[in-house]
Design a protein around this ligand. Structure first.
Ligand code: ATP
Ligand code: MG
Length: 422
């Protein structure tokens, strides 16, 4: 393996990957499908910086979340500012909402895509740099927004051919009053079993007991199984809100399962929380997850603004998408100059075709035989052979690779000749 000047092996940092070949093609397909659907739902693209001031994340995601307590890529820049590589999109988009004074133009419907960074233990479906697609609606406190973002998710998973592979799990975390009542019940219950709680969950018991429900510790999970159920603590508005969301899903034919243990990893959720889960990816089975975060923007110092959104993991979706669905690369037209004298004419023709929207492959060297081989390797649909004699007559030879036919075509008719095939 090649070594760098410092003698270190030249490879990617642990948990990061180069994306190319079929994987890049699959990513592009998923992303284009996502963007197309998001636009159909009237969402506008936003792209926020990859790094932000650390407080954008640590204040909003909550200090008991796994992301803040263990996973953030935080560093000091040369000016001594504490910066963090974004671990998710919602905090950055909410910051952008405040920075840009967007409360004047509610509702804001955003979609976004990009790399995220978390210091995790790398394994299948869990990287340190990964990619998320993200959807947010700001300024809509009604359950219609919850239904709409879930409809976007279901449309995406349907168009990626994955709807049969996933289950939508949904829960309501209630409004403030319901949450407070539930929180008290949880504190009482878990305090009674303090000696059996993991160290992490002991800390959560103090700061955010609902997060214990999300614990991945086996011992905690046993306790969680008998913990009080949130639905017993819903007040009337919470119940009505949740019923409206579920009625919307039913109207749209989106199947769901209520999971009362679903609380989501971040601290800022209220009302709806949901995950699309698959059994096909082992332990890393959540492909898309989100919820409502009505208190977040106010907590960040902005005007009280409702919010709901979700993020989907690109790498996990790409594992599931059937290769047959992913469009093949376009098959190019190969241009083959027959002899050095035709090189310039070939160059010009290639430019003309590319400007007209055709994919063109032209090799850089070699005789005609070598170039034809290369054209085959590039999976060209046809080769346009440019020879001196034909050129003198104002013509080229078009060889169709699929049926083997060969025809002479006048240069001034070439574009017409090509268009039906492309
Ligand atoms: P998990 O429980 O798997 O750690 P999470 O709750 O931390 O997930 P979110 O913050 O909700 O995940 O992120 C949304 C989606 O992003 C996840 O459902 C998953 O598909 C993807 N994702 C999260 N972390 C990673 C990672 N480290 N590598 C790859 N994909 C990830
Ligand atoms: Mg996580």
């Amino acid at each position: 393996m090649a070594k760098s000047q410092t003698g270190r092996k030249l490879q990617t940092v642990r948990g990061t990957h180069d994306i190319m070949g079929d994987q890049a093609r699959t990513f592009r397909f998923i992303n284009q499908t996502f963007q197309d659907i998001a636009r159909r739902f009237g969402h506008r693209e936003i792209s926020t910086p990859i790094f932000e001031f650390t407080e954008v994340f640590n204040r909003t995601l909550g200090e008991t979340s796994d992301v803040v307590s263990k996973e953030m890529y935080t560093f000091e820049d040369r000016g001594g500012e504490s910066l963090t590589l974004r671990p998710e999109y919602t905090a950055g988009i909410s910051r952008a909402f405040i920075s840009n004074g967007l409360q004047q133009s509610l509702p804001c419907k955003f979609f976004a895509f990009g790399p995220m960074f978390r210091y995790e233990r790398p394994q299948k479906g869990r990287m340190r740099q990964f990619h998320q697609m993200d959807v947010e609606i700001l300024g809509v406190p009604e359950p219609q927004a919850d239904i709409e973002v879930l409809a976007i998710a279901a449309t995406l998973l349907t168009e990626l051919g994955l709807m049969d592979d996933v289950t939508l799990e949904i829960n309501s975390l209630g409004d403030q009053e319901s949450r407070n009542a539930y929180r008290d019940a949880l504190v009482e219950y878990f305090t009674g079993h303090k000696d059996r709680l993991s160290e992490d969950s002991l800390a959560r018991l103090e700061k955010n007991p609902m997060r214990i429900l999300d614990s991945k510790d086996d011992g905690d999970r046993v306790l969680v199984a008998d913990a009080p159920r949130i639905s017993d603590y819903y007040n009337e508005p919470t119940r009505a809100f949740f019923d409206d969301v579920l009625a919307g899903l039913e109207a749209l034919g989106i199947k769901y399962v209520i999971n009362e243990r679903l609380v989501r990893g971040l601290d800022y959720y209220s009302h709806t929380a949901f995950e699309f889960i698959t059994a096909k990816l082992g332990a890393q089975g959540t492909v898309l997850a989100g919820g409502r975060y009505d208190g977040l923007i106010e907590k960040m110092g902005g005007p009280a603004t409702a919010g709901i959104g979700w993020a989907a993991g690109m790498e996990r979706l790409a594992e599931l998408v059937s290769p047959e669905l992913v469009p093949a690369e376009i098959r190019p037209i190969a241009i083959v100059p027959v002899g050095a004298a035709c090189q310039m004419a070939a160059l010009k023709l290639a430019q003309q075709l590319r400007s007209a929207g055709h994919g063109v492959d032209m090799s850089y060297r070699g005789n005609m035989g070598k170039r034809m081989k290369r054209a085959n390797k590039a999976n060209a649909v046809m080769a346009i052979l440019i020879g001196e004699d034909e050129l003198a007559r104002g013509a080229v030879t078009v060889k169709n690779f699929d049926d083997g036919s060969q025809t002479e075509v006048a240069l001034d008719q070439l574009m017409d000749h090509l268009s039906p095939e492309r």
